[in-house]
Design a protein around this ligand. Structure first.
Ligand SMILES: NC(=O)c1ccc[n+]([C@@H]2O[C@H](COP(=O)([O-])OP(=O)(O)OC[C@H]3O[C@@H](n4cnc5c(N)ncnc54)[C@H](O)[C@@H]3O)[C@@H](O)[C@H]2O)c1
Length: 326
């Protein structure tokens, strides 16, 4: 395949680009580096710095491309509350521009969109499945609902295939750890390893579906190849519901370090529960998540350079749950 990945220098995009290149595909990346780093990409990946809202740039980068993965987006839920216009510009405007360019160029066979589980919002019934009502509660989620709708509408009108993957909480080596609003897994890992306090929002009973990066990449690649996925929405998670308290305990067990948890009850922990129903992913993508949380956390600790220094200071990496030291 000849592939364009927007946002391909980001966390998920760089893992995807490197894996596709390793499998022998021609991979082109477009990323403005607002959140990405081209050093993550293997030499064989063709990197281009630029904005996904730049239509003429897209016309030229799409020449000869048959599959597009659209991952470029602003990704922070709290930042989207502060800057909804910017989130709309990039996440919705960028998607529409890309789709227009695909329509104009004509060689694109399929566009795969990285949508998000945040579109479900608050549902007491779990796990969530694709035909359930979307209840976006933050501008980031609204932008993903709009992106899905544009994807399917423009794809249908312009005769190329489209599929949207609703990705749950992805984690793994290479996930950025920004000082403001970091993702929960690398943040807790860093706090435990730094032997400081682990700050948990709410009472820690809120649950999420943590999915390891290799499983997300598998699902994305299957979505580009599988038959019968046109106009489909597909959940991509682990299918396992884990509370934040259980996550902290798992990280504590793996590192062998006691976690000093501080509960910030002034702030909510967000949605009470969120976990994926994977029936459709299994049926359409033959998707089977392979990495359990404990294994994924261990890989994160062993492979992510952010944790290299702390890792060397650990008494030992425990093979399974073991004693904790203070
Ligand atoms: N990581 C997750 O848990 C998760 C969950 C659900 C959905 N997603 C979606 O998956 C995609 C990738 O997420 P990620 O976690 O790798 O985040 P990321 O921030 O690492 O990757 C996004 C990339 O998009 C690039 N980008 C942003 N604005 C751009 C623009 N205007 N033009 C070109 N490039 C631009 C950034 O530089 C960055 O490299 C996003 O669309 C995100 O919404 C991620």
């Amino acid at each position: 395949m000849r592939i364009l990945i927007t946002g391909g220098a980001g966390f998920i995009g760089s893992h995807l680009a490197n894996e596709l290149q390793r499998r022998g595909h021609y991979v082109r990346v477009l990323d403005d580096l607002s959140g990405g780093d081209p050093a993550r990409l293997h030499d064989g990946v063709n990197f281009n710095r630029g904005d996904v809202r730049d239509l003429p740039r897209l016309w030229s980068l799409l020449q000869g491309v048959d599959v597009v993965f659209h991952l470029a987006a602003l990704v922070s839920v709290p930042a989207s509350v502060l800057y909804p216009r910017e989130y709309n510009d990039v996440n919705v405007g960028g998607t529409v521009t890309l789709l227009e360019a695909c329509r104009d160029v004509g060689s694109v066979r399929r566009v795969v969109l990285a949508s998000s589980a945040t579109v479900y919002g608050d549902h007491s019934r779990q796990p969530v499945y694709e035909t359930m009502e979307t209840r976006p509660a933050v501008p980031y989620a609204v932008s993903k609902v709009a992106a899905e709708q544009y994807l399917f509408t423009i794809g249908r009108l312009s005769h190329f295939e489209t599929v949207a993957l609703r990705i749950f909480n992805a984690y793994g080596p290479g996930q950025p750890l920004p000082p403001a609003h970091p993702p929960v897994i690398p943040q807790v890992m860093q706090q435990v390893l730094g032997r400081g306090s682990v700050v948990v929002y709410g009472d820690g009973s809120q649950t999420r579906d943590f999915v390891y990066i290799d499983d997300v990449v598998d699902a994305l690649i299957s979505a580009s190849l599988a038959p019968n996925v046109d106009q489909q929405i597909v959940n991509v998670g682990s299918g396992v519901e884990t509370s934040v308290n259980a996550l902290v305990e798992a990280i504590s067990a793996i590192t062998g370090l006691k976690a000093n948890v501080l509960y910030n009850r002034e702030s909510t922990g967000g949605l009470a529960r969120l976990v994926a129903d994977l029936s459709r992913a299994k049926e359409l993508l033959n998707y089977r998540p392979r990495t359990q949380l404990e294994t994924g956390l261990r890989k994160l600790l062993e492979m992510d350079p952010i944790f290299a220094k702390s890792r060397r200071k650990l008494p030992k990496l425990l093979p399974t749950q073991g004693q904790t030291v203070g």
